[in-house]
Design a protein around this ligand. Structure first.
Ligand SMILES: Cc1cc2nc3c(=O)[nH]c(=O)nc-3n(C[C@H](O)[C@H](O)[C@H](O)COP(=O)(O)OP(=O)(O)OC[C@H]3O[C@@H](n4cnc5c(N)ncnc54)[C@H](O)[C@@H]3O)c2cc1C
Length: 228
């Protein structure tokens, strides 16, 4: 079957390795200001104190646009879009080795999850940064898109969750040094691939930062938004 990532385990693995490598992790600590001198990052101010630094990484997801404004970095047209996921109660007829099914005609997907199914109607509604509310009509949209699958009508929905997928206007990742503010590095606009691509994007970002590679990958560079 297709690979499925345990997101919690993946994140804990990243944290464990980062701490083992000497990183200090501050959770629930908002960055409220980024100070610059002659267009160079000098200090990151958090709710619990200031940190002197020459480099700051903007990995603020749906908030990446706001975060960049703190440093007066380049304005990247990023838009967060809400999408729903639904899970069902146990369904004895679902086999755990079923493949991940993505119907590109109707834009709907489903796969086995915890003895039932996980499904998404692949909805895409622009939403401001934050935790988006769940729309009860997500199930209605889901069933409409599942018309071709009689077995999947009226499923016992156990939980519905909504989150944001944030995309740059050209749909490509935004990874690289900011063209306006020295020391400001972008890892944003990961859309619907931020988990799957996290290992390679993290490695790429670390490489560009350590090697001080100002050019990076042209297609991902935030500089593309001032070169138009
Ligand atoms: C329904 C749904 C299904 C998805 N399915 C998949 C999938 O199958 N595969 C896949 O790869 N991806 C999937 N995604 C997308 C994936 O979740 C995102 O690409 C990924 O979470 C983006 O990670 P991120 O670290 O860039 O942003 P986030 O996970 O949003 O993290 C940004 C963090 O920055 C913090 N932050 C913001 N502002 C500040 C500040 N001022 N100071 C300090 N911290 C700040 C926020 O609190 C947040 O913790 C899905 C998304 C949704 C909604």
């Amino acid at each position: 079957t297709d690979g499925v990532v345990d997101i919690h385990a993946l994140l804990q693995g990243y944290l464990q390795h980062a701490r083992a490598g000497g990183a200090k992790v501050l959770t629930s600590t908002k960055v409220v200001a980024i100070l610059t001198q002659q267009r160079k990052v000098t200090v990151v101010v958090t709710e619990s104190g200031a940190i002197q630094t020459e480099v700051v990484v903007n990995a603020a997801g749906a908030w990446a646009g706001e975060f960049a404004q703190l440093a007066r970095a380049v304005s990247v047209p990023l838009r967060p879009y809400r999408r729903h996921l639904l899970t069902t109660d146990l369904l004895p007829w679902v086999k755990p080795d079923w493949p991940f099914v993505w119907d590109f005609t109707e834009e709907v997907y489903f796969r086995p999850e915890s003895g039932g199914l996980l499904l998404s109607p692949c909805d895409e509604v622009e939403y401001p940064p934050g935790i988006p509310p769940v729309d009860r009509d997500a199930a209605v949209l889901l069933y409409r898109k599942l018309m071709r699958y009689p077995r999947l009508h009226d499923l016992p929905i156990k939980a519905t969750w909504a989150g944001l997928r944030t995309l740059a206007e050209d749909g490509k990742f935004v990874v690289g040094w900011d063209p306006l503010i020295h020391g400001f590095f972008w890892v944003a606009g990961l859309g619907g691939h931020g988990v799957t691509a996290s290992g390679s994007i993290g490695r790429l970002a670390a490489d560009l930062i350590i090697k001080q590679d100002w050019e990076g990958i042209k297609d991902f560079s935030p500089a593309r938004f001032i070169l138009k």
